[in-house]
Design a protein around this ligand. Structure first.
Ligand code: THU
Length: 160
């Protein structure tokens, strides 16, 4: 039997089309991307996480001469949020990336490891995370990590 999985998401063409709260979060992600430590790739990523009480946590990618020791922007922000505010659900994460030419053209897509960490965060707080992905040509807004990581491995998978 063949099965099909579908994802739906919203596409915008300008930050001004987003609701105010997402605009603010995305601008914050853009700003923090400019402070990334990414001398090896030249790819600067920023993540801004909004928590249930409105607190905003930011992070950017932190590279290392020993390459695997570095960490993506999303996990830098999420781990800080979960470490310092373990009682607060993550509502939204906005992600922006720039290279030498400026903001990337197409919406930046989080890597597999960051998707897995977003899933853990969602499961921990039992609440879908809204994901805002920035790009020059378009901005995507997705509801829940299932959209980016279907058929996933989650805590209940351990029970078999
Ligand atoms: N990177 C992120 O920070 N987030 C992503 O979603 C994709 C990739 C970083 C890791 C590395 O520092 C650089 O971008 C190039 O892969």
């Amino acid at each position: 039997m063949q099965k099909e999985l579908r994802i739906t998401f919203e596409e915008f063409h300008d930050i001004a089309e987003l609701k105010e709260e997402w605009q603010v979060l995305l601008r914050t992600a853009r700003t923090i991307s400019g402070k990334a430590w990414s001398p090896y790739s030249g790819f600067c990523v920023g993540a801004a996480v909004r928590l249930a009480d409105g607190t905003v946590i930011t992070g950017n990618n932190q590279e290392n001469a020993a390459y695997p020791s570095g960490l993506c922007a999303e996990r830098t922000a999420l781990f800080y949020a979960n470490a310092n505010f373990p009682e607060l659900a993550v509502e939204t994460i906005a992600i922006s990336a720039q290279n030498k030419k400026g903001l990337v053209s197409e919406p930046v897509k989080p890597c597999g490891s960051c998707r897995q960490v977003m899933l853990e965060t969602e499961t921990r707080f039992n609440q879908p995370i809204t994901i805002v992905l920035d790009g020059k040509n378009s901005i995507y807004v997705l509801k829940g990590i299932d959209t980016l990581l279907p058929l996933n491995f989650k805590p209940e998978s351990l029970k078999g």
